[in-house]
Design a protein around this ligand. Structure first.
Ligand code: NA7
Length: 537
C-alpha cells in the first residue's frame, strides 16, 4: 500500500493552464503538485507531434505574459511549430523549476470529494492516491482523441495512427498514405506530408473553409525592439478584444457597408491573414445568414482562384456553402488548396458515401490511414475522469444532459474544484494564453479570499449556475452555430453527445466582466463553508 500524499492544490495537466497555476499558487505559499499523464511538459504540445502541428495564435501573444518568461526568449516564426513550443516549455522549466513539482506518467482516473474533511481524493491509473483541498482541472480542450467506430479498424493490418498519438519514429517518405479527416489537424498534416509521400489519398467529408496563415519568419531584432516598446501593451490588449487576440470584430452590420467598402474590408482581412477574416470580421457574420453568405462568397472566390480543376473547385470550395462560414473552426493554411493539384494526391469526397469499413482494398492505401478525426472536445478531458462531488454523482453523468457551470470554471456540488480553458469558458473562441491567464488568476484570487476569510470550501449555488448556463445557451442560440453539421463547437462531432454550445461565445471582455463582477460582489454566486465547520467535522 502506498502512502497518500497531501497537498493544498492538485493540478491535473501540465500545459499552459497547469503551469500557470503551479507558478502562481506556489507564490501564495501553497503546496502544489501537477499530475500529468504524459512524460513531459506541454499538454496539447506534448501530445500533438504529428507532422505539421503548429499553433494558430500568433506570437508574441501566444505565450505567458510574465516578463520573466519572455525577456530572453525569442521565437523563429509568427506561428511556431510544435517542436519550438516544446522547447519553450523546457525554457519555462529552466527558468522557474516546473518539473520538480510535476509527477509525469500519472494519469488521474478518479477524483472523489469528502464533504466532511473538505478534501479531494485522487487516484491514478497505477493506484497511487493523493489528497488536496483544491482540485484544478487543466486538462485542455482537446485531450481525449476521438476515433470513429469504423468497422474493421481493429483487424486492419497496416499502421493506423491518430494524430494526437503520433509515434516518435514514423517515416512516411515514399509511403502510400491515406488520411481521414480534414479539420484543422488534417489540413496541417496534408500540407506537411504531401511533398514527401509517394501517394496521399485524402478522404474528405466536409470541405474545410481554411484561411491564409501568412506565416513569416521573425527576427531577433524585431522581437527585441517589440519587447522594449510594446510587449506589455500587447499583453494587456489581449483582454480587450472579443477573441483575446490583437484584432477585434467590426460592429458594423455587413449589409450597411457598400459593396465596394465590403470588398475592400474583406481584402484587408484576407491579406492580414490568420483569423482576421473570422475573429476580425463584421460581427454579424456569427448571427446573420445573409452577412455570412457574403463572407463565404468572398472566401469561395479567393480559394477557387487557387484550384485550376473545376471538379476539385466544387469539392473543396462548393458553390453552396457546406455550413455557415466560421461556424466550424477554420484552420490556417499555407498551401492547402495547391496540394490537390499535385499528381501524387487524390481527393475522395466521401460526403455521400461515408467510410464505414476500413479495409486495405476498400481505401486503396497500402501503408495505412492517418486518423485526423478530432477529439471529444472541451468536455472530454474532464468527463474522462470519474469525478464525484457532494452527491456522489459522476460529472460525466451529470453533464450528459448538458454542461452545468458557473462562469465556465466551477460546477455546483463539486466544491473547491475549478477548471481552466474548458467548458463554458471562452476557450477556443479565444487566444489560449489570454483566457488561461485570466481564469487562473481569478481562481487564485478566490483561493486567497478563502484563506483570508477562513473559508474551507466553496461551490457555485444552483441559482448562479443556472443563470450562467442559460446565458451560454442563449448566446449560442443567437448565432448560426447550429447550422453547422457535426461541429465540435456544439459537441456534435461525437455520436450521442448532447448538442449544445460548449464554450462561452460572448467574447473575452464580456466574460471577464462577469467574472470580475462576481469577485467584486464578494463571490455571492458561491456557497461557502467556514473553516470552523470543517474542523468540527
Ligand atoms: P475536427 O475539427 O473535429 O476534425 C475532424 C475531422 O474528421 C473532420 O474533417 C471530420 O469530418 C472528420 N471525421 C470525423 N469522423 C469521421 C468519419 N466517421 N468519417 C469521415 N470523416 C470523419 O478535429 P481536428 O483535430 O482537426 O481539430 C480539433 C481542434 O483542435 C481544432 O479545431 C483546433 O482548435 C485544435 P466532418 O467535418 O465531421 O464531416
Amino acid at each position: 500500500m502506498t502512502e497518500t500524499q497531501e497537498y493544498d492544490v492538485l493540478v491535473i495537466g501540465s500545459g499552459f493552464s497547469g503551469i500557470h497555476q503551479l507558478i502562481n499558487l506556489r507564490k501564495q505559499g501553497l503546496t502544489v503538485k501537477i499530475l500529468e499523464a504524459g512524460s513531459d511538459l506541454g499538454g496539447t504540445w506534448y501530445w500533438n507531434r504529428y507532422p505539421g502541428a503548429r499553433v494558430e495564435s500568433e506570437v508574441p501573444i501566444y505565450q505567458f505574459s510574465d516578463p520573466e518568461l519572455w525577456k530572453d526568449w525569442t521565437w523563429s516564426e509568427r506561428f511556431p511549430g510544435w517542436k519550438e513550443i516544446q522547447e519553450y516549455f523546457q525554457y519555462v522549466d529552466r527558468k522557474l523549476g516546473i518539473k520538480q513539482d510535476v509527477l509525469f506518467s500519472s494519469r488521474v482516473v478518479s477524483a472523489v470529494w469528502n464533504d466532511t474533511t473538505d478534501r479531494w481524493m485522487l487516484t491514478t491509473e497505477d493506484g497511487r492516491v493523493f489528497r488536496s483541498q483544491f482540485l484544478s482541472l487543466c486538462t485542455g480542450v482537446g485531450s481525449k482523441p476521438y476515433i470513429p467506430d469504423f468497422k474493421g479498424l481493429d483487424t486492419f493490418k497496416g499502421q493506423v495512427h491518430h494524430t494526437a498519438r503520433w509515434p516518435a519514429e514514423c517515416n512516411l517518405a515514399e509511403k502510400r498514405v491515406g488520411i481521414i479527416g480534414t479539420g484543422s489537424t488534417g489540413v496541417q498534416v496534408i500540407e506537411e506530408i504531401s511533398p514527401i509521400v509517394s501517394h496521399l489519398t485524402v478522404f474528405q467529408r466536409t470541405p474545410h473553409l481554411a484561411l491564409p496563415m501568412r506565416q513569416r519568419q521573425i527576427s531577433v531584432e524585431e522581437q527585441e525592439k517589440q519587447k522594449n516598446d510594446i510587449y506589455p501593451i500587447l499583453f494587456s490588449r489581449r483582454l480587450q478584444t472579443f477573441s483575446g487576440l490583437l484584432h477585434d470584430l467590426n460592429p458594423k452590420p455587413t449589409m450597411d457597408a457598400t459593396p465596394e467598402e465590403r470588398i475592400s474590408f474583406y481584402e484587408d482581412k484576407w491579406e492580414k491573414g490568420a483569423f482576421h477574416f473570422w475573429l476580425g470580421a463584421y460581427k454579424d457574420l456569427f448571427t446573420n445568414q445573409q452577412a455570412n453568405d457574403e463572407a463565404y462568397a468572398f472566401w469561395r472566390k479567393k480559394v477557387r482562384e487557387r484550384i485550376p480543376n473545376p471538379e476539385l473547385q466544387e469539392i473543396l470550395a462548393p458553390m453552396q456553402a457546406p455550413h455557415p462560414f466560421g461556424m466550424k473552426q477554420p484552420s490556417l493554411e499555407q498551401r492547402y488548396f495547391e496540394v490537390y493539384s499535385q499528381p501524387n494526391v487524390t481527393l475522395v469526397d466521401i460526403k455521400k458515401d461515408e467510410i464505414e469499413e476500413i479495409t486495405l482494398n476498400g481505401l486503396k492505401i497500402s501503408d495505412g490511414p492517418i486518423l485526423a478525426t478530432g477529439f471529444d472536445m472541451v468536455t472530454g478531458g474532464i468527463t474522462a475522469i470519474d469525478i464525484r462531488g457532494q452527491d456522489g454523482i459522476p460529472i460525466k453523468e451529470k453533464w450528459s444532459s448538458g454542461i452545468r457551470s458557473y462562469l465556465g470554471l466551477a460546477s455546483a456540488t463539486y466544491p473547491n474544484m475549478f477548471w481552466i480553458y474548458g467548458p463554458h469558458s471562452p476557450a477556443s473562441f479565444s487566444n489560449g494564453p489570454t483566457t488561461i491567464e485570466f481564469t487562473s488568476e481569478w481562481i487564485i484570487n478566490l483561493i486567497k479570499h478563502m484563506k483570508d476569510n477562513q473559508i474551507s470550501s466553496v461551490a457555485p449555488t444552483e441559482k448562479a449556475q443556472n443563470l450562467y448556463s442559460e446565458k451560454v445557451s442563449r448566446l449560442g442560440a443567437a448565432g448560426l452555430w447550429l447550422r453547422a453539421k457535426r461541429s465540435w463547437f456544439m459537441g456534435a462531432n461525437i455520436p450521442g453527445k448532447k448538442t449544445e454550445m460548449l464554450q462561452f461565445p460572448g467574447g473575452v471582455p464580456v466574460y471577464t466582466k462577469l467574472c470580475n463582477d462576481e469577485a467584486k460582489n464578494g463571490y455571492k454566486g458561491f456557497h461557502t463553508k467556514p473553516e470552523v465547520v470543517r474542523k468540527k467535522g
